[in-house]
Write a protein that binds this ligand. Structure first.
Ligand code: BMA
Length: 811
């Protein structure tokens, strides 16, 4: 098979304009207009509005090219478009070649009889997506979240491009993935499906090779297979084998449980000794499913990899940039490496974006990040017409065939939140829409999966208890989206009232750092209630919500910069409160995926890494609360009881109970040391306790009552040691940060090479190290200090103008 990429020489224009602009393909309208300086940065201040207005227009891309003579010689010649966003009419040499209407699909057009020797012209007209959804909504009323533009469910285009509660309304368009000519004779490989059967010391690979054979070809071609093992040793198998046995297999494991060895499988088809086509993928040898089993609480729900039940730790992933063409392998790798740096073993690809590129999964395979993969349906009802049915079947098949081999692919999931919403008739405007829900996620998608990926686990929705509107967000089965903290305004101590089986969403917002805020504001915008700051906050009234939670916890921060820092601590403390609780109940709970990992533009949001890749406090906290060996504390104090100052009886229980989580495959003998300290960090009382923690489990220590602790002047510190090595530590107060009498810790630092040594003269809570550009990634940050010194390593970025602060500085 011959492939001729059609990436050079493109020009574009707004329909109606005469002047053509040079265009980058793959790319997009916004990307080209930006490069050609025909539009302003849509992320700057409120430029989003004018950028959105542009999409009322149609845009045209055109190219002239010569098809290679070698390609033209083939019996089959196709134009293959890996991604067209979205409503496209394609013209080859002036004549209509075909139309496309789904950005999630791969489109192929037969051009054998239409390509000329010499020069050919290809023109693709992209119709306005905003006009389309407006008209479509008039015809069929399908509703969804009001954060996105009315009518968005009617077009198979990343929903969040029409806005979300963290995303702008920027429905870009264009040739967003590779476009190429493909030539083949006799046959090409349609697909190869490799399934695995694990035995004691070997793995059988079963191969199903499907060909796309041209009419009139008499003989079925033969194929050969090569397998290159992780060490690079290649073995060849001839005569069209249907089964290959790998002895002494090296198993693939999620991050934290073992290595990620990958085997490369290459299948080559030939006819009479002449190679026709080949196919190559990397696979990991592993079994991976969701383990569901009835137990005394309901039904357990956990990832089972190579027979081991794993506690899922990670976050929800959304598109990395609203301008999709700016997402590339380097950038994605950088983002995903920060996930494993924070001890993630899982990511959930949320269903309101798009199916990521192959490189996203390649990187997940390499890093050991299991992928919970939603199909791209979210927060909307859909009306299942024949046309829509056909379209989504093709979409599901395309993406399943593209992604099913990835070692990291943990499960397919029907949609985001729609079982729960349809169950309560949210956005449902007809009984048919309710029936269509069941058809789509419990009949059509499973049917397509049966044909193309019978191996990977399928879950009908997130959240779900297994389908059929049977308690979709029930706490005792399946996965849960828990939003009472944040959307429901409950204090974050509320997490402790639940023992979910697997939390696939829970979150808390914060502002990004000052440098990121500066990237979209003028100095006069830098007040969280300003027009521009509110434009970069897409959750209704949520800057006020941050302030509401803030008042419950911290003193009032009197500068803008301190407010940003405080909001990040609030977010980090909230999610820590949840995750540590969930891990303490390992076994009953088997997953904590917080909402959300990343941002698609600079914005106030639930992300732990902002659009400019700056780690918020939460990401450092995540690195600590997702550590395989982790000590945490269930304290009883003002926050967990009644923070209302005006009660006449303010007697509260003051106690703590420490717990050690061991998310490794070895039983551990560890020791826990705790101290009661005064606010200068002077030790008043201490204890060291040996603890044995079984592999893959959590163990409680005994409860300790501290009735005499001075609420606003004394605190608890605790540490976990593996031998002499300190592996995890923390502190708690029994009061609220706003009332605690923090002493000035007189923070200072010295720096030698890449090591920063921070000194504190007293207890310092959530010590932040930042440099002028706020672009350091450190081995630790936003940590507590019991006076003394702490050494931190610079992992990336250059130290320049380092500044330190802690909760003491929130005033
Ligand atoms: C969940 C997600 C998203 C949303 C987030 C924050 O419902 O599925 O749709 O952005 O919460 O509200």
């Amino acid at each position: 098979m011959i492939v001729q990429k059609l990436h050079g020489g493109w020009k574009m224009k707004k329909s109606g304009d005469t002047a053509l602009l040079p265009a980058k393909v793959p790319g997009s309208v916004y990307n080209d207009l930006l490069i050609n300086k025909k539009m302003e940065d849509p992320f700057w201040r409120d430029n989003e509005d004018s950028a959105l207005a542009l999409m009322e227009n149609d845009f045209e891309y055109e190219n002239t090219f010569a098809a290679s003579p070698k390609l033209l010689k083939n019996d089959g010649v196709l134009l293959r478009c890996h991604g067209l966003d979205t409503l496209a009419d394609l013209y080859l040499n002036g004549a209509l070649l075909g139309k496309a209407d789904n950005m999630h699909r791969i489109w192929e057009f037969d051009v054998k009889d239409r390509l000329k020797d010499g020069e050919n012209s290809l023109r693709i007209v992209f119709h306005s997506p905003t006009k389309f959804i407006r008209e479509a909504y008039k015809k069929i009323k399908t509703d969804g979240t009001t954060d996105a533009m009315e009518g968005f469910p009617q077009i198979r285009k990343a929903h969040c491009m029409f806005g979300w509660d963290w995303g702008p309304h920027l429905p870009d368009a264009g040739i967003w993935r590779d476009i190429e000519l493909v030539g083949f004779s006799i046959a090409r490989i349609d697909s190869v499906y490799v399934t695995q059967k694990h035995k004691k010391d070997s793995v059988d690979l079963n191969l199903a090779v499907k060909l796309d054979q041209l009419a009139g070809s008499l003989k079925a071609p033969v194929y050969s297979v090569t397998v290159t093992d992780p060490k690079g040793k290649l073995t060849q198998y001839d005569n069209s084998p249907k089964k290959i046995t790998i002895d002494n297999p090296e198993l693939w494991w999620p991050n934290g449980f073992g290595a990620q060895p990958l085997y490369t499988i290459r299948v080559t088809i030939s006819n009479n000794g002449k190679e026709l086509d080949s196919w190559e993928r990397r696979i990991g040898l592993r079994t991976m499913t969701m383990h569901i089993q009835k137990d005394k609480w309901g039904e357990g729900f956990s990832h089972r990899v190579n027979g081991v039940d794993i506690f899922a730790m990670g976050a929800d992933y959304i598109p990395e940039d609203n301008i999709l063409s700016r997402v590339n392998p380097d950038r994605t790798r950088k983002l995903l490496e920060q996930c494993t740096a924070a001890n993630f073993n899982v990511l959930r690809v949320w269903g309101g974006g798009y199916y990521p590129d192959d490189f996203f999964y390649d990187i997940c395979d390499e890093l050991g990040l299991m992928v919970w993969q939603d199909f791209m349906f979210a927060c909307a009802v859909y009306e299942l017409t024949d046309e829509f049915d056909r379209n989504i079947r093709a979409e599901v098949a395309d993406n399943v065939k593209r992604l099913r081999h990835h070692a990291s692919l943990g499960l397919w999931c029907g949609n985001n939140e729609m079982e729960m919403f349809v169950d309560t008739n949210t956005w449902v405007s007809s009984p048919k829409q309710k029936a269509d829900y069941i058809k789509m996620y419990e009949y059509i998608i499973p049917q397509v999966l049966k044909e193309h990926d019978s191996e990977t686990f399928y879950w009908p929705a997130s959240p779900s208890s297994g389908g059929s509107f049977d308690e979709p967000n029930g706490p005792n089965r399946g996965d849960v989206h828990y939003w009472d903290v944040w959307h429901g305004n409950k204090p974050f101590s509320d997490y402790r009232n639940y023992y979910f089986r697997y939390v696939s969403e829970f979150g808390f917002q914060s502002f990004p750092s000052l440098k990121t805020v500066e990237s979209f504001t003028l100095p006069e915008d830098r007040n969280v209630f300003s027009y521009v700051m509110e434009k970069h906050q897409r959750n209704n009234a949520a800057n006020g919500k941050i302030m509401n939670y803030l008042y419950q916890t911290f003193l009032y921060p009197t500068s803008f910069d301190t407010l940003l820092y405080t909001s990040q601590l609030l977010q980090a403390e909230a999610i820590k409160y949840g995750v540590e609780h969930f891990r303490r109940h390992r076994g009953r709970c088997m997953g904590a995926i917080y909402w959300q990992l990343n941002d698609c533009w600079p914005v106030a949001s639930w992300a732990s890494i902002d659009y400019h890749f700056r780690w918020k406090a939460l990401h450092y906290y995540a690195k600590r609360f997702f550590q395989p060996l982790m000590v945490s504390c269930h304290e009883e104090g003002i926050l967990t009881q009644n923070p209302n100052l005006n009660l006449t009886d303010r007697t509260i229980e003051k106690s703590f109970r420490l717990s050690v989580a061991n998310e490794t495959m070895e039983a551990k003998k560890l020791s826990v040391k705790w101290e009661i300290r005064d606010k200068t960090a002077r030790v008043l009382k201490e204890k060291t306790i040996p603890v044995k923690v079984d592999a893959l489990s959590s163990a409680w220590l005994d409860k300790v009552d501290v009735p005499d602790i001075a609420l606003d002047d004394e605190y608890l510190s605790y540490h976990l040691y593996d031998g002499d090595t300190l592996v995890s530590e923390g502190t708690v107060i029994f009061s609220l940060p706003k009332f605690f009498h923090y002493e000035d810790p007189k923070l200072s630092y010295t720096i030698k090479g890449d090591i920063i040594t921070v000194k504190a003269a007293a207890y310092a809570k959530s010590v932040e190290i930042r440099n002028r550009n706020e672009d350091l990634v450190l081995s630790d940050n936003y940590f507590d200090m019991n006076a003394g010194e702490k050494k931190v390593k610079i992992l990336s970025g250059k130290s320049n103008g380092i500044k330190l602060r802690s909760v003491f500085d929130i005033r």
